[in-house]
Structures are given as C-alpha cells and as structure tokens.
Ligand binder design. Structure first.
Ligand code: ADP
Ligand code: TRP
Length: 332
C-alpha cells in the first residue's frame, strides 16, 4: 500500500517552545516513522509579523535547527523553506477564487483581531493586513500542493486545516475531479493544548513560554515560576486541573504519571516537589536535544545545505502538481 503523506509547517516568529515541540514537532516526527513526511518553515507566514530581514533569517535557521535537533532525519523527511517553493503562491492565487470571503470572516485569528479592536475602541479592521485575512488560504496552498493526508498540529490550527478541506472540496466539486486530496488535522488528546507558565495556552503571543532549548538552570527557574494556587502542602490536590501535572503527563511514563497522581490525591506534597519532578523529567528528555541544537547552530552551513537540498526537491514535486492543476483549470 502506498504510504500516506504527512505535512506540517512552523512559522519562524520566535524561539521554538515546549508547546511547539509537544503539539507539533514531536507528533510530526512520530508520524514520519509511518508516513512520507514533508515538514517546512513557513517564512512567508511569518512576514505578517516579522518585518526585519535579519530577524527572519535568524529565526528561520532556529526553526530548521530545532527540527533537526529533535530528530528529523533529512534523508527520510523532506524539510524545506516555504519561500523556496514559489508554486505555493501560484496555488494560493488559484485557491482564492474558490474561497468565499465569509469563510475568512469566520477565521479565529481574524475574529480575535476584530474583538481586540472593539475592546480598544478602534476601527474594526485596524492593524489587519490582507496577509492576516487570507492566512488560511496560504496555509491551504501549503497543504494541498503536496497531496497531504495528515496535518499534525496543535488545536489552534484545526480550523485552518478544516478550511483547507472546504476549499479543496469546492474545487473538486466544480471540476468534477479529485484535483486535491482532502487532508485531515491530527493531534493526540493529551498534546492538543500545552499550557504555559500562567496556565493559559503556551504561546509566543502571551509571553508565557518555556523555550525548548534553554539551559538547565534557566529551565529549572522557569518551571519554578509556573503559577499555582495557594493550597498548603498538607492539602490533597486535584491533578486534573493543574498546569504542572498536565505538563508532567507529556514527559513522563504511565507509571510515573500514576505515582505523581497518587501524591497529589493523598496530600502532603507541596508544589515545589511537583515542580522539581516536572523539571527532572523535562530535563531528561531535552538535554540531548539541547546539545544537538547548540551544535547545529554553530554549524549553520550544514543547516543551509539541508534546507537548500530539501527545498529543491520540494520545488520539483510542486512543479508536477501545479502542471496538473493548470490543465484542470484551463490555463495550459
Ligand atoms: P505560537 O502560538 O507560540 O505563535 P505557532 O503558532 O508558531 O506558536 O505554532 C507552531 C505549531 O505549534 C502549531 O502546529 C501549533 O498548533 C503548535 N503549538 C503552538 N503552541 C502550542 C501549544 N501551547 N500546545 C500545543 N500545540 C501548540
Ligand atoms: N499556521 C501554522 C501556525 O501558525 C503554520 C503553518 C503554515 C502550517 N502552513 C502550514 C501548519 C501548513 C500546518 C500545515 O502554526
């Protein structure tokens, strides 16, 4: 049987954090064991917020190094830069003709901007550029260009993948053919939303992240900063509403999780103990990754080489797909 195709992208908008790792990178790498995988750096997506060339270059390298440090094998997984696959932008133009404006009006990111403007007494579209408004169409182009079956992403991206399905289905219906494969978003229940230091979703936009490759000392400091309630050491605690425990669950084994759960329930365990346990599990998994990341960041030519090679191969695949689509719509 032919292998299914998995694809995902990460925007180079800042240092990769634990949410990116648990929500996107780690599941994507697991999926690459059984699927043909295509993972990329979404640099044109980043342009909406990063408008400094040196920063964009640096953050692109950091995301590529993060993928490699976390175990991506460039011999097996296609890794590339979105900007080096220009067919993406041609496909986006094509898809715009199949995207109702109303669909974009319903996008969470756009709606959040409208709400923010309302709360701050601004014009509804203040600060909204067309890049933000059409963001889901560019993402649909990324996905549909490579005949993607599965898209491993965190919860926040599900709506975008569902929009890609809607747009693809509309195209297939109009031309009465399977021009596009219909993709499926994928996430494990436990890792859909990783919480940050303040208990909200961990996100660069909230400033509540634990960067993936911080040094040991800094990692411990950050873990100790996770917000908790004021329950005393003696009181029994509910693990299922606790940020520390929810992070612990994504790093520990089932037995370790069960042991910590018992300590919560029976009482006599302080927050400091739970935080120390979390720090140790995290540090155990992240230590080898951190070392590889540092090595890679001091060998940037190697990263460029990998990205150029991958982008070249991605570009070839995209050329073939675009030629088929051009035939279908009648421009060739
Ligand atoms: P951020 O919200 O920090 O800007 P991105 O939007 O760049 O992060 O996310 C890149 C990938 O990481 C996406 O697949 C996204 O769903 C995933 N991701 C980001 N934050 C989290 C989180 N807190 N929990 C689970 N997945 C996440
Ligand atoms: N929008 C995603 C994010 O903000 C990044 C992304 C761009 C992506 N294109 C994609 C993810 C295609 C999956 C598939 O995190």
């Amino acid at each position: 049987m032919e292998k299914k195709i998995a694809l995902t992208g990460i925007k180079p908008t800042g240092l990769p954090h634990i949410g990116n790792y648990i929500g996107a990178i780690r599941p994507a790498l697991e999926l690459s064991q059984t699927c043909e995988a295509r993972y990329f750096i979404a640099d044109y997506h980043a342009l909406n917020s990063v408008k400094n060339a040196a920063d964009l270059r640096q953050m692109t390298l950091e995301i590529a190094a993060a993928w490699l440090a976390c175990g991506l094998d460039p011999q097996k997984v296609l890794i590339y830069k979105q900007s080096q696959v220009p067919e993406t932008f041609e496909l986006m133009t094509l898809l715009l003709a199949f995207t109702p404006k109303g669909l974009m009006n319903r996008a969470h990111a756009y709606k959040a901007m409208l709400q923010k403007n309302k709360d701050e007494d601004n014009e509804p579209d203040f600060g909204v550029n067309m890049g933000l408004f059409t963001y889901p169409v560019l993402m649909a182009a990324d996905i549909l260009l490579f005949d993607t079956d599965y898209v491993p992403v965190g919860n926040d991206q599900f709506q975008h993948v569902e929009m890609a399905c809607d747009i693809a289905q509309s195209f297939n219906f109009v031309y009465g053919c399977e021009g596009f494969r219909i993709p499926q978003p994928m996430a494990q229940e436990e890792t859909k939303t990783v919480v940050g230091l303040d208990g909200r979703k961990m996100s660069k936009s909230y400033g509540n992240t634990i960067p993936l490759f911080v040094g040991e000392k800094e990692l411990r400091k950050l873990v100790m900063r996770i917000v908790t309630n004021s329950q005393t050491m003696e009181e029994p605690k509910d693990p299922d509403i606790c940020s520390i425990f929810s992070l612990y669950k994504v790093f520990a084994t089932p037995d370790e999780i069960n042991d910590l759960r018992q300590l919560y329930i029976q009482g006599g365990m302080g927050w400091g103990h739970a935080k120390q346990a979390l720090y140790e599990k995290m540090n155990e998994e992240l230590t080898p990754l951190r070392a590889r990341y540092e090595y890679l960041m001091s060998h940037q030519d190697y990263i460029h080489e990998i990205l150029n090679d991958g982008s070249h191969r991605a570009h070839k695949l995209a050329t073939t797909k675009m030629a088929i689509l051009r035939q279908i719509i009648g421009v060739t």
